[in-house]
Design a protein around this ligand. Structure first.
Ligand code: NOJ
Length: 540
């Protein structure tokens, strides 16, 4: 039988934030050649696919999410030839590569906007969203931009007296997708990268490419939430179907993973259409979930409830470049519980390890954010070194590659890289953790290898198990193969005896520990007790 499962349903993706991954030329900013030099490390880890955050020409107001040329590499990151070499090497190493596509807005320095702002009669004026000034001088509606919640999503162009819309920074004007020229130009961008061999796209705030043409005020009860998190209109779905047809016409199961940053999983699920819109959409609630069994159970229920009826395939993500790293978030949980700092450091790593087990064993496609395999915390950013308008510098700190004083980022004159390193980089760096078989890095590697080995984890059915409070358990089954995954979210050991579950045979009974988040008891019969913050994968 020919296997028709598309690769992206079973792959593990690894998000690279190019500025902070690896620097090949000593300017303190990561680049494409730096990524290329470390492909072997990602292959060693067992990653299947890379997602590259933007590396296009950009004034870097939003660190690349403000694009001034969609079809060229910013000199900071290298050249198109560097990109071609990277993709050729990645493919030769068996890695797929998807790239970020930023279709909702351009930079204000993009030639289209430079032309648009030159006057109301310019050729590209209608490519952006303009509105006349109101009599009282207030913005055209009450929409709020992201990042600065006190700022309107509009900037007045003094020259013409009209306002332009920007759901993000002032330097990121929104394109008007009602304009045919915009649609064909952005489709051409897709073709440009597909023709260069990319395996797909991560589509930035893709739910925003359609807007209600009346641009009505947001209702008062949600006014104050950035409009980008509320924008959900029918016309976007037709636009996504067109994008899907374009991408699907290429061979090799290319994929579009959408960032649909809406507040409900039900709403996000509609962007899969009837299997004719996004191939995948990010599932963000787990990225905000507290380290509590009930919180995760709710995320899982909501995901299964919204996606299963549509035959839509879920994704799982713990961290990305827009949010505090999950180990940092779990540290905060610990602080809330009143733990002391030393205990917290140990516990937050234990939680991050157990979370990695969830990420790799839930039903769906996992996305790893660079550095989570090292158990990194966010960097502390001293005043004066903050650079991001959205306050996201901490999770974007450079990856420490080794224990030397520059951690593999030799910058001329001893100046460090563009942001400070994360805490404990002398010991928590790639080289040190690779030498230590008990490290979180090796746990990720073991998890990826188990997943690769075990069809039940890649595409098996999913069923929640009856477990005591504070423990989440589920089975993954395919044919006669069965795995059970048990995760203890509490700071105490929990026994899964029949008294606590009320069942004649508790979860995990008679099974063997294939993997445990702390490395204990692997290969042994499951004894029925989970350690504090411990996760296990059991098989027969
Ligand atoms: C979502 C991206 O992940 C974020 O980094 C960016 O600031 C906004 N979209 C705007 O492009």
């Amino acid at each position: 039988m020919v296997d028709s499962t598309p690769w992206w349903r079973e792959a593990v993706f690894y998000q690279i934030y190019p500025r902070s991954f690896a620097d090949s030329d000593g300017d303190g900013v990561g680049d494409l050649a730096g990524i290329r030099a470390h492909l072997d490390d990602l292959v060693w880890l067992g990653i299947d696919a890379l997602w590259l955050s933007p590396f296009y020409r950009s004034p870097m107001v939003d660190f690349g999410y403000d694009v001034s040329d969609y079809c060229d590499v910013d000199p900071l990151f290298g050249t198109l030839e560097d990109f071609d070499s990277l993709i050729a090497d990645a493919h030769a190493a068996g890695l797929k590569v998807i790239v970020d596509w930023v279709p909702n807005h351009t930079s204000d320095r993009h030639p289209w906007f430079v032309d648009a702002v030159s006057g109301p009669d310019s050729a590209h004026r209608s490519w952006y969203v303009w509105r006349d000034a109101t009599p009282d001088g207030s913005p055209p509606n009450n929409w709020v931009a992201a990042f600065d919640l006190s700022a309107p999503a509009w900037t007045l162009d003094e020259r013409s007296g009209q306002w332009y819309l920007h759901l993000f920074e002032e330097g990121q004007p929104d394109l008007d997708w009602d304009e045919g020229g915009v649609v064909s130009a952005m489709h051409d961008v897709l073709r440009f990268w597909l023709d260069r061999g990319v395996d797909g796209f991560r589509a930035d705030v893709i739910h925003c490419i359609g807007k209600d043409p009346a641009l009505p005020d947001d209702p008062p009860e949600v006014a104050g939430i950035p409009h980008s998190a509320l924008n959900d209109v029918p016309v976007t779905h037709q636009r996504l179907r067109d994008i899907r047809s374009l991408v699907d016409a290429y061979p090799g199961d290319r994929v579009v993973v959408g960032e649909v940053y809406l507040l409900s999983t039900e709403a996000v699920a509609t962007y899969y259409g009837d299997g004719d819109e996004l191939h995948l959409a990010f599932n963000f609630p787990p990225l905000y979930a507290r380290w509590e069994a009930e919180a995760w159970r709710q995320c899982i229920d909501a995901t299964v409830g919204a996606l299963d009826p549509r035959g839509a395939w879920p994704t799982w993500v713990l961290s990305n470049h827009d949010n505090p790293r999950h180990r940092t978030r779990y540290d905060r949980t610990a602080a809330r519980l009143g733990e002391d700092a030393g205990t917290t450091a140990v516990r937050s790593e234990a939680r991050a390890r157990a979370a990695a087990v969830l990420l790799m064993t839930l039903r769906g496609t996992p996305f790893v954010y660079q550095g989570e395999e090292l158990g990194l915390l966010d960097a502390a950013i001293p005043p004066g070194r903050a650079v991001d308008p959205g306050g996201r510098d901490g999770c974007r700190a450079p990856l420490p590659w080794d224990g030397s004083s520059d951690h593999g980022w030799p910058v001329a004159g001893g100046a460090g890289p563009w942001l400070p390193f994360p805490p404990d980089a002398e010991s928590r760096n790639y080289a040190a953790l690779r030498r230590d078989p008990a490290s979180i890095l090796h746990l990720y590697r073991r998890l990826l290898s188990l997943r690769r080995d075990e069809p039940a984890l890649r595409h098996g059915r999913f069923e929640l198990l009856d477990t005591p409070a504070g423990v989440l358990g589920y089975a993954r089954t395919v044919g006669a193969r069965r795995c059970e995954v048990l995760v203890n979210f509490t700071a105490e050991a929990v026994a899964l005896d029949h008294h606590s579950t009320g069942l004649p045979s508790p979860a995990g009974a008679g099974m063997t520990v294939s993997l445990s988040s702390d490395g204990r008891d692997q290969g042994a019969a499951f004894g029925g007790t989970l350690g504090a913050d411990q996760a296990v994968v059991l098989r027969h």
